[in-house]
Design a protein around this ligand. Sequence first.
Ligand SMILES: Cc1ncc(COP(=O)(O)O)c(C=O)c1O
Length: 372
Amino acid sequence: MIYFDNNATTPIDPAVFEAMQPFLTTFYGNPSSLHRHGRVVKTAIEQARQQVGKLVNVEAEQVVFTSGGTEANNLCISAAVCSGKKHILMAATEHPSVIEQVRDLSTHGFMFDELSVDHDGVIFEDDLEASVRTETGLISIMHSNNETGVIQNISKLAEWANKKGIVFHTDAVQSVGKIAIDFNALKVNLMSLSGHKINAPKGIGAVIHDKKTSLSPLLHGGGQEKGLRPGTENVAAIVGFGKAAELAQQGLEQRSEHLVQLQATLEEGLRGVNGLTVVGANTDRLPNTSQILTENVDGEMLLMQLDQKGVAISSGSACSSNSKKSSAVLKAMGFSDALALSAIRVSLGHQNTQQEVLDFISALKSILNQST
Ligand SMILES: Cc1ncc(COP(=O)(O)O)c(C=O)c1O
């Protein structure tokens, strides 16, 4: 099976699995316990915190472990509550874990606006400036989009927000491990990460914070994660996330370059296919993500045909794969319903090979010829 659905999730790296195993068996202590069973586990968590911090160039104390990217986004949005202001701005193309949390706050007295994007999925900077109000307390704009891979100019947008004293959050779940991400260089106050997008297990993520932005905990209980995320820690997953972060950081240059080459082969190979468009082809994009639209094709049907040929891809975001609704992201970019429903997303991983890309191109071409 060719696995080209790495934006949905990635396989656990064997070295990550190996690092986790002792924390599911031998080292079962509670990190809050003062005896040696607790201490050994606590030390492992702190090492993981350093490893994750290093991946995005922050100190360990700036890392708060959460149950994943969804919780990290929800927790970051809570900064709006702490800001004392009642207006939130976000991109129309955000992940549902941002959009739905903001919508929920709007039932509790908050107002929000969605920033529109151009045909390549890029925020209109003028629109951001025009949409800010005196009561804007938080701006949330994702670093790169999970469906299209389109990258926003976060440092520029965040620098502008800093000058206005507005908290800036970016969801970097899809960017880390694929391209270099430096929290400080991006000038953001808050960032969300997820383990299972970088070969760690599912159910672990992190908020990265600048040490001065206040957050309102979603859960209440003990004092774990400095009270920002109470609850006994998911130790093995944290250790796995740390190991995966270390591997991603050490191998970043090589992995990025490999993805660039795979994507070049893929998109070169697709160039001759009639009626086919690669979304966001004219702007900065992750080197692993190619969203493909094909006129007069049903994306879901294409996905199933590719599945029969041994290729696993997605028709868009994993969450919307079960419902036949065209992607809100593509709609925001101005694509018609019909074209948006033809979307398939190829998301490569560093473990993929050139041969797999060539096999995929042949499979896709043969299916499209059959259906025309
Ligand atoms: C951009 C983005 N943000 C957040 C998430 C949520 O992360 P998790 O699955 O760890 O909750 C995802 C997952 O697909 C994502 O792609």
